[in-house]
Write a protein that binds this ligand. Structure first.
Ligand code: 5GP
Length: 180
């Protein structure tokens, strides 16, 4: 089994590239079935989702679509509601579009909760979420439950396939779990 050491933490390979490819294809098949008569706009959340998005979009069958990118960071101000800061704002009109937000991982769901509200406010017809990984035990926002999930993961921290540790290790071809 492959392992990675990063900043004092030990990680072990959890999903191989072959397993990831199967999960991605299964998500692509579901989206292809649901959107074959639509022209969805994929909104890819940078930085983490770029690897998943590249594989997912190429695995779609007969879906005429567009893709755009945003970069957000959530921060907690004085109020108890998290706010989203748009580092790279939405550059495409989402009004009257079927939007599919592409994420690397849904954890508390705060990012998706806020992004869905943003898409609604800008007139999107529908907004669904495709994510490589989902941590259901951590979900705090019910409306952020993703429609398309590559694989569910427990609460451990994971890296690779776009997911970083302090900016590093996004380029790993597999997904690794931290070991205590
Ligand atoms: P949420 O807004 O759902 O709480 O958080 C989503 C973001 O948290 C993800 O896009 C990702 O950047 C980060 N995140 C959550 N869990 C993990 C994890 O296990 N590994 C990594 N690398 N990032 C995570």
């Amino acid at each position: 089994m492959r392992t990675i050491d990063e900043q004092g933490y030990h990680f072990e390979e959890w999903l191989t590239p072959e397993q990831i490819a199967k999960d991605v294809q299964q998500v692509a098949n579901q989206i292809s079935a649901d959107y074959k008569d639509k022209e969805p706009l994929f909104v890819v959340v940078l930085n983490g989702a770029f690897v998943f998005a590249a594989d997912l979009l190429r695995a779609l069958k007969d879906v005429r679509c567009e893709v755009t990118f945003i970069r957000v960071s959530s921060y907690w101000g004085l109020s108890s509601t998290g706010k989203l800061e748009f580092i790279v704002p939405l550059q495409q009109v989402v009004e009257n579009r079927d939007v599919i937000i592409v994420e690397d991982i849904v954890d508390t769901g705060l990012t998706i909760h806020q992004l869905k509200a943003h898409m609604r406010a800008h007139g999107a017809t529908s907004t669904r979420v495709a994510t490589m990984l989902f941590k259901p035990a951590k979900l705090e926002y019910n409306d952020a439950k993703p429609e398309y999930v590559g694989r569910e993961v427990s609460e451990e921290f994971v890296i690779g396939y776009g997911l970083d540790f302090d900016g590093f290790q996004r380029n790993l071809d597999a997904i690794y779990k931290v070991k205590q």
